[in-house]
Design a binder for this molecule. Structure first.
Ligand SMILES: O=C(O)CCC(=O)C(=O)O
Length: 270
């Protein structure tokens, strides 16, 4: 089965060892000061012994590169509609002694009855090895197809995503999962970018979280993920104009392409 087939059949797929040691080192170095300055979580979901660093794209270019990683985007390109958005980008430092999270699914903020297609897709990049004991993410394969069913805390169908550092687990926004319990003496570090349909509200308000001068230095692909794109025919404009005008002196080429697409759609609707 291809990775895409596994993702659509099971609701979850692991891409093994995508990042090398140098990439992992750069991400950890960029996170270190932010983690030190971050208090532990405010509730059971964030983890009372864990730390979360939000708005990563605003914090360092290595995070912007990670959210635009082609191995993950190539998969999501086939699941979500063109012009999909970055919905959230955060680091999770799962502390020693942390309890398992409650099972949840990541696009649960969209109150649309299940079963349904996913509104989002999430990725969790392992910056440390994910092991049986250190809180590896637990996923219930196939649960993306569920309607009202909810998993019990000890659901026997749950699978620990044991994977080496540098790997990434990608799962649909409808797939039930949770952070596992960390029974070791060391933290487990991960970065989780989440993506959503281009017509859905982002969990993290990227237009406010990422300053324009930072967005201007991102790749065009990442700028699009942040919202500097039109979802044709009409979604995402600023003052009636293309949002890339705010950050890109060369915005006209994008404007032309997207205006053409908008005109085709509007024409087809008549
Ligand atoms: O830390 C993890 O492994 C999963 C975290 C998670 O699912 C979440 O916070 O939504």
């Amino acid at each position: 089965m291809t990775a895409l087939e596994t993702l659509t059949t099971d609701g979850v797929v692991v891409l093994d060892r995508v990042l090398g040691a140098a990439d992992i080192g750069a991400l950890k170095a960029a996170l270190a000061l932010h983690l030190e300055a971050t208090p532990t979580g405010r509730n059971q979901f964030e983890g009372l012994k864990s730390r979360r660093v939000y708005a990563l794209v605003a914090k360092h270019r290595v995070f912007a590169e990670l959210v635009g990683h082609p191995r993950v985007l190539d998969l999501i390109d086939r699941v979500l509609e063109p012009n999909y958005l970055l919905s959230a980008a955060l680091a999770i430092h799962l502390g020693p002694g942390e309890d398992a999270q409650k099972f949840h699914y990541d696009d649960g903020s969209y109150h649309i009855p299940r079963p349904r297609p996913p509104v989002g897709v999430s990725a969790i990049w392992a910056l440390d090895d994910f092991t049986e004991a250190n809180g590896a993410t637990e996923v219930i394969p196939g649960s993306h197809r569920w309607g009202d069913e909810r998993p019990a805390p000890d659901d026997p169908r749950r699978r620990k995503i044991v994977m080496p550092a540098g790997s990434v687990v990608v799962f649909l926004g409808t797939t039930w999962h949770r952070g596992g319990a960390n029974t070791t003496e060391r933290a487990r570090l991960a970065i989780t970018p989440q993506y959503c349909q281009p017509w859905a509200r982002q969990l993290e308000n990227m237009a406010l979280a990422v300053p324009q001068e930072v967005a201007a230095r991102c790749s065009r692909r990442v700028q699009g993920l942040l919202g500097y794109a039109i979802h044709p025919p009409l979604m995402g404009y600023v003052n009636g104009l293309h949002p890339a005008r705010l950050i890109d002196p060369d915005y006209r080429s994008r404007e032309r392409v997207e205006a053409r697409r908008a005109a085709q759609i509007l024409e087809g609707q008549r």
